[in-house]
Design a protein around this ligand. Sequence first.
Ligand code: ADP
Ligand code: MG
Length: 307
Amino acid sequence: MVLGLDVQNVTHRYAKMTAVADLSLQVNPAEIFAILGPNGSGKSTLFRLVSTLVGIQEGRIFVNGFDVQSETDRVREQLGVVFQSPSLDRKLTVMENMLCQSALVGLRGSEKTDRIQELVRSMGLQEKLHVRCEKLSGGQKRRVELAKGLLHKPKVLLLDEPSTGLDPASRLDLWHVLSELRRESGTTIVMTTHLLEEADKCDRVAILNQGSMVACGSPEQLRSEAGDMIVSISTHDPQSVARILIDRLHMEPTVFEQQVRVSHPSAVSQLPAIVEATKLLANSVSVGRPSLEDVFVAKTGHQFLVS
Ligand code: ADP
Ligand code: MG
């Protein structure tokens, strides 16, 4: 039996539109795994399939060895899911929301109260237990959602865009909660995100583009695959700068907004030539390691746009 998450050749269409295209990926137990992709790349669809909300059209998915299609109940026991759209009842208190969820997952008596206490403590919600959810901050609400999703001690946690709408401090907070959860309970955590810096912190990342996987590996691995150091020129006239680099230095730059980037192995050694050739148009020229965004550009030939 393969533990963790095993997605095998999954394709999903909405009418004629292919949202997930022959996707295969494996997430190891106790891994924190990011599915990174711009909006519309099929992340939520994949989660709906894994969480048994939508029937599988093509391919197979296993959660801790249980088949999503034929062992739905077992799969649901394994899974905790926090979807993008908030699932809290705003008019109820934190405690009341937890009690409702407990009833849904069949927790009773002291097991129920103990579990709620434990989660409330680990999510830092002790003070908020009797506050209505509508009064909570974005980060606090997200932690209540998470606590709800964890009530039945799922072995695999799916989080759809957990950081969306959170300020940087709450994001950090959430990250801390997730790493503790993995450390203490060995929970497998799979999250979708369109935030490159969030994916960067995960053990491994699968990059999705239009329903297909374009890369998968540790952030380090992916960055080294994307090539050598990147030279980046910021300018008010990116088209002309790109032209100069192509014509005079025979480079293959990519342009995004006010930036021209070159990832050719010789880019760094040619830095003086680049500076010389572009000095009339460049505001600054910098050198850095490839980011996950560069990986995306390298693999798809287009920019990582989130909106
Ligand atoms: P993501 O979560 O990465 O933004 P989604 O899985 O929500 O991507 O969407 C993937 C593609 O499928 C998008 O083009 C989206 O418009 C389309 N899509 C998603 N849900 C539906 C639906 N219920 N009916 C029709 N098309 C959908
Ligand atoms: Mg989505």
